[in-house]
Design a protein around this ligand. Structure first.
Ligand SMILES: Cc1cc2nc3c(=O)[nH]c(=O)nc-3n(C[C@H](O)[C@H](O)[C@H](O)COP(=O)(O)OP(=O)(O)OC[C@H]3O[C@@H](n4cnc5c(N)ncnc54)[C@H](O)[C@@H]3O)c2cc1C
Length: 472
């Protein structure tokens, strides 16, 4: 490959796209290289089941696109990005057929939390009022915060294991809602800092909602790519980079890849200390995903769930805690935590009229090849009797399929590295800047750097700024 570029970004996930946009917007001539034929990494949308059913292959719900520190600053609407906001952000069905829910309004959420109403209002209002500064402060590497007091107040809560924090809640329904949020962290709920995951998702929801992207998450990637091109950036697709010599010369190379791939491609350029650090990097539990083509909306018993973009299944705090701990230990359960996204409640373009494209996944031991399709179906059927009769077609991916689809998902780990307290700020290695490698021109910009998984682009944003300061 030849060409004359100042910077190259390898991988077009949301972080690769964010890095490319930052660099090109500063006049750095940038080439974005993607191994697959289509752009987007974890934000692709495809017809996985039947013609006319458009499934988000990976990410579906976008709280951190809508209210993160970077993407809202870009003119992405001009490039086709449109958010659609479900009336209920997330519903959590309970055993008696009712559901507890997260709404955009703090008061509306609190009003359904019984004896926890006042506590929830008092907890959320100060955090959400400070969300803009807070999110900029913690969605990146460790650095001096713009609002130290605000961050300290958030940090004291965020550092707690979510099971410990839940002791302040009095209603089982509030505890279940909290557990469903914390379980997005894909680790035992007893781990330190799992409260951070629940707090971030809830605050982001109250601040900017939990939207889906009209037409599919792919339209975020397309908007970012088209904006990048409008700035003068160049994109090439269809060639997986195997070694550094595959790349044209450039001052900076940013890899939107996990440490394992970075080692395969560039390991020989690194110091022995850095290689040792990358080899010790920890990957977490995997994911088993099913996409369904349905002959109608899911017949949830609870009205909240029928209106929700996201539904959390798995029962009470105790049940979710037990399930996640078991899977972490390499075991399985008949009653797992299941995340369901029903984009069709707001986006009619995802399926033929009257039909629905449904997205669901559950956590599994790393590297699992077990087929959990039926277990996921059973979990949905429990809270939505008649669901199975609506299934027209389905398509499942185990952890091996996920990793084959995107080599960043080592063992099916969709965060490209476990997000526990030992790795939140120091992923992939303890260094002054986690985005720098030990080789002068090579940077890492994927979700294996702070602030970690999710579609927010902040890993790419920070890595690109690091490279700009160091090299340009
Ligand atoms: C099933 C699933 C559901 C998810 N749900 C959500 C959700 O609802 N909301 C949310 O915010 N997040 C969600 N996520 C997480 C989110 O998708 C990721 O955290 C995010 O995509 C990470 O972005 P990235 O840019 O770091 O890497 P990726 O998106 O993984 O992109 C990496 C890119 O690099 C390319 N690549 C890899 N190797 C090479 C190579 N050698 N040469 C060239 N190109 C290469 C890949 O093809 C890919 O395009 C989900 C993920 C999965 C898998």
């Amino acid at each position: 490959m030849v060409g004359n570029y100042d910077a190259i970004v390898v991988g077009s996930g949301p972080n690769g796209l964010a890095a490319a946009v930052v660099l090109q917007s500063q006049g750095v001539k940038t080439l974005l290289l993607e191994g697959k034929e289509t752009l987007g990494g974890g934000t692709r949308t495809m017809e996985l089941t039947l013609p006319g059913f458009y499934h988000d292959v990976c990410s579906a719900i976008h709280p951190l696109v809508a209210s993160g520190p970077f993407f809202p600053t870009l003119p992405l609407e001009k490039f086709g990005l449109e958010f659609l906001h479900p009336e209920v952000l997330a519903a959590h069905p309970l055993a008696d057929g009712s559901a507890v829910a997260l709404y955009k309004s703090i008061e509306a959420t609190a009003a359904h939390l019984g004896r926890d109403e006042a506590y929830y209002n008092d907890l959320m209002h100060p955090l959400v009022n400070n969300w803009k500064e807070l999110s900029s402060d913690f969605m990146g590497p460790l650095s001096w915060p713009s609002n130290p007091m605000g961050l300290a107040k958030f940090g004291i809560k965020a550092i707690q294991p979510s099971t410990f924090f839940a002791r302040k809640l009095r209603e089982d329904s509030s505890k279940a809602l909290w557990a469903g949020m914390a379980a997005h962290g894909i680790q035992p709920l007893t781990n330190l800092a799992t409260s951070a995951i629940a707090l971030v998702l809830m605050c982001a929801g109250h601040y900017g909602g939990w939207p889906v992207i009209k037409g599919g998450s792919q339209n975020l990637a397309n908007a970012l790519a088209n904006y990048f091109k409008s700035l003068g950036g160049e994109i090439q697709t269809g060639k997986m980079v195997q070694k550094l010599s595959d790349l044209p010369n450039a001052k900076a190379i940013l890899f939107d890849l996990s440490p394992k791939q970075l080692m395969d491609i560039a390991g020989e350029s690194f110091s022995s200390l850095y290689r040792w650090q990358l080899n010790r990097y920890k990957y977490g539990m995997g994911v088993f995903k099913v996409d369904f083509a349905l002959d109608g909306p899911v017949p949830w018993l609870a009205e909240e769930a029928r209106k929700a973009g996201t539904v959390h299944l798995g029962g009470t705090l105790e049940e979710i805690k037990t399930a996640e701990a078991k899977i972490w230990r390499g075991k399985y359960t008949e009653n797992p935590y299941v995340l369901v996204a029903q984009q069709g409640v707001v986006d009619t373009s995802r399926a033929p009229e009257g039909m629905h494209a449904l997205w669901a996944y559950t956590h599994v031991p790393a590297g699992s090849t077990r087929d959990l399709t039926e277990i996921i179906e059973n979990q949905i059927e429990k809270s939505a009797p008649g669901f199975k009769r609506l299934i027209l077609a389905k398509s499942s991916m185990n952890t091996k399929d996920l990793q084959a689809y995107n080599p960043n998902y080592i063992g099916g780990d969709i965060n490209a590295g476990v997000q526990d307290i030992t790795q939140i700020f120091t992923r992939p290695a303890l260094r002054v800047s986690p985005y720098r490698t030990s080789a002068k021109s090579i940077y890492i910009c994927s979700s294996s750097t702070p602030p970690g998984g999710g579609v927010h682009g902040m890993c790419g944003y920070h890595a690109a700024h690091r490279a700009l300061k160091d090299l340009f």
